[in-house]
Design a protein around this ligand. Structure first.
Ligand SMILES: [Zn+2]
Length: 166
């Protein structure tokens, strides 16, 4: 399943029976292994020419970054804020103190941040800025009544949400 398919399913479900059922304009943001958005404007799902609208995870936000996404793009939002990038950046900056670099170990980074590990806090600060900045762009571009966040990164919601809102 393409990311756009899952974002489409989530945003249409939220609009049909969920938290967005009373609004015509909403954005669902997937935060996890991938990062993307499903966008509904005037009750119509925004498809784009190749059904790729909402792929905002691959927008470059730090061209000087040495982090790459799975497509080899440097400094895109996914390269800085996806689950695997969090695990890799933490392992790299800390000298490899995670049990391994599998993306399932993002919970270890959250735990370390919860214990005020400065490297984990630094990595999550970068993540929150990358996501928060992206959401601010989506709000300005599409003027939604509601932005819905979903995905596995929300397991670290208590650590990320304040930074995203800021
Ligand atoms: Zn990318």
């Amino acid at each position: 399943m393409f990311l756009s398919d899952s974002c489409r399913a989530y945003v249409l479900a939220e609009q049909g029976v969920g938290s967005a059922r009373n609004t015509s304009n909403c954005v669902y943001v997937e935060l996890g292994k991938s990062i993307g958005a499903g966008i509904v404007i005037d009750r119509r799902y925004l498809e784009g020419n190749h059904h790729m609208a909402g792929e905002f995870g691959h927008i470059t936000i730090d061209p000087t970054s040495d982090s790459q996404c799975n497509y080899g793009k440097q400094g895109c939002r996914k390269a800085l804020a996806s689950i695997s990038s969090i695990v890799h950046r933490y392992a790299k900056l800390s000298g490899g103190t995670l049990s391994d670099r599998n993306s399932s170990h993002v919970s270890e980074v959250f735990e370390k941040a919860g214990r005020n590990d400065p490297v984990a806090l630094n990595v999550l600060d970068t993540v929150a800025k990358a996501i928060g900045l992206g959401i601010s762009h989506l709000v300005l571009l599409f003027n939604p009544a509601l932005v819905i966040l979903g995905g596995e990164l929300l397991h670290g919601e208590d650590l990320l949400l304040q930074g995203i809102k800021r």
